[in-house]
Every structure is written in C-alpha cells, then in structure tokens.
Design a binder for this molecule. Structure first.
Ligand SMILES: Nc1ncnc2c1ncn2[C@@H]1O[C@H](COP(=O)(O)OP(=O)(O)OP(=O)(O)O)[C@@H](O)[C@H]1O
Ligand SMILES: [Mg+2]
Length: 268
C-alpha cells in the first residue's frame, strides 16, 4: 500500500463572486503520509480553511473555480463525480470545524447527530447497531456517561463537550483522514490541551491521519510532526516541526514564532 494518503498538486482556488476574480489559493502542494499529523499554520486569510474545504469537497459552487489535483488514497477528488465524493465524505474523510454550535443541529439529540454518517454510509446497520457504535464513539472521545450524552441536546453541553461530540461524529466511520480546522480556538487553554491529547490518542490508536489547522503555533508544535506555513494563499515553508521552530527559513515564519506568547502553555 502506498504510504501517501493525500497528495495535493498545484491547487488553485479562485472566487468569482466579485467583478474581478480573486485568486486566493495559489499553487499549493502538500503531501500527507498515512498515520501522520500535519499542521497548517498561517495568519488569518492565508488560505488554510479554503485548502481544507477543497480536500473535503466543500467548494463545489458555481462562484468558485478549483484546479490542480487532490489525490486522496489513490483517487483524484477535484474531478470526481459528486456521487463518488459523497461516498468519501464522512466515511474516509471526517471534518471538524472551530465552532461546534454552528455544525450541530440545535433541535436534534446528540446521538442522532453522531449517527449521521452511519445512516449514510452503513445503511445495512439497524438502529441497535447504530446506537452501540454511537455510544462507543462518544466513549472513545472521553465523554463520561456516553449513554446519557446520547440523549442530550447540544445546548445542554459545554463547548469542550460539544467539540468532543463533533470528533465522535467525524470519527464514527473510522475515516482515514480527519481534517481539524481550528478545532480548539473557541475553547479555553485547559480544554484545548485535552482536545489535542485526544487527537493524539486517536491518531495513535486508530491510525487516523490528521490535518490540523491552527493559529496556535505552540499547539501545532506539540501535536504535529510536520508543519506547513501558508501566507497569502501560498505555502511559504514546510518541514519537520523541530526544524521549523529552531531554524525557520522565512522571516514570515519567524514572525509567527515570535508572536507566540512568552507565557508557555502547560506541557502535554
Ligand atoms: N466568498 C469569497 N470571495 C472572495 N474571497 C473570499 C471569499 N471567501 C474567502 N475569501 C478569501 O479567501 C482568503 C482565504 O480565506 P481562508 O478562509 O482560507 O483563510 P484562513 O487561512 O482559513 O483564515 P483564518 O485563519 O481567519 O480562518 C481570504 O483572504 C478571504 O478573504
Ligand atoms: Mg480558517
């Protein structure tokens, strides 16, 4: 089996919703190996989320042009049929975003939402099997009393618990890739650390590759073996975490590192 899970070649993303087209992601190349945790850092507007959305197949809109190649597990995603893409979304690729409240449906119980990908990708499963897997998934993200959480509504949980629920939903089909776009930004520091540890554990135990996007370089340093630095839609630097932190090649990267608050966060 090829040890490369994701291979992005010359990805370009353009918006056409204004008079002049806006070229926002420019010739991005990246490789993510199986089992690897890759970090993407860069200031606001550098194109991190759009790159992630392109991988997840979420940019298929009339006002957006994407070109280049996104080869995931041997399949080309940018040119894939929508039906092909739907088979992959939520099954082979799971996604979590910054604010779980906007991704969770306030009117549905947690369990029902965690089971969503099973209803789509495992239609042969009956209710009891789905329930068992959902409870297992809630447990695997270290939520106490998963049976009780199953019956709750999003507003009854804390922000950290909701983010765990999002991870449980994204992981329920055991995807090969988990894309986590600023998953901890809305949470306080202690909870951020717990989520990072949880992602580390899932990566280790389930061999899920993770694309971790964050503003927070100190978190990225702890979690990711390799880091990609984006600036103005381009990848400006790439390397092993240690290398990037000890010997950044670009002034831009050095500025990002210098901006890390001197008060260091607790060690994992
Ligand atoms: N609908 C749109 N039309 C034109 N440009 C857009 C549109 N949506 C996003 N952009 C631009 O695309 C660029 C990249 O956005 P993206 O969301 O990928 O940045 P990001 O690196 O994720 O930033 P952040 O750290 O704030 O989340 C931004 O400059 C943004 O202004
Ligand atoms: Mg973003």
């Amino acid at each position: 089996m090829d040890d490369i899970l994701l291979d992005i070649k010359n990805l370009n993303i353009e918006f056409h919703d204004h008079d002049a087209p806006e070229h926002v992601v420019k010739n991005v190349n990246m490789v993510l190996k199986r089992g690897e945790i890759l970090g993407i850092v860069g200031e606001s507007g550098s194109g991190k989320s759009l790159t992630a959305m392109a991988i997840a197949g979420l940019l298929r809109r009339h006002d957006i042009t994407t070109d280049g190649r996104i080869i995931f597990d041997g399949k080309e995603l940018l040119g894939a049929k929508r039906s092909e893409l739907r088979k992959i979304q939520g099954n082979d690729i799971g996604v979590i975003f910054q604010e779980p409240m906007t991704s969770l449906n306030p009117t549905k119980r947690i369990g029902w939402q965690v089971e969503e990908s099973l209803r789509i990708h495992r239609p042969e499963m009956d209710k009891a099997q789905r329930y068992r897997l959902a409870v297992e998934s809630l447990k695997s993200v270290e939520l106490d009393e998963p049976e009780r959480i199953y019956g709750k509504y999003p507003h009854e949980l804390s922000g950290g618990m909701r983010q765990r629920v999002m991870i449980a939903s994204a992981m329920i089909c055991e995807p090969k890739l988990l894309i986590a776009d600023e998953p901890t930004t809305a949470l306080d520091v202690t909870i951020q650390m717990q989520i990072v540890k949880l992602l580390q554990r899932l990566n280790r135990e389930k061999k899920t590759s993770i694309l971790f996007i964050s503003h927070d370089l100190s978190l990225v340093k702890r979690l990711c073996g390799r880091i990609l630095v984006m600036h103005d839609g381009r990848v400006v630097e790439e390397g092993a975490s240690e290398e990037i932190f000890t010997d950044p090649k670009q002034d831009y990267t050095r500025k990002l590192i210098d901006a890390i608050p001197k008060l260091e966060k607790p060690e994992i």
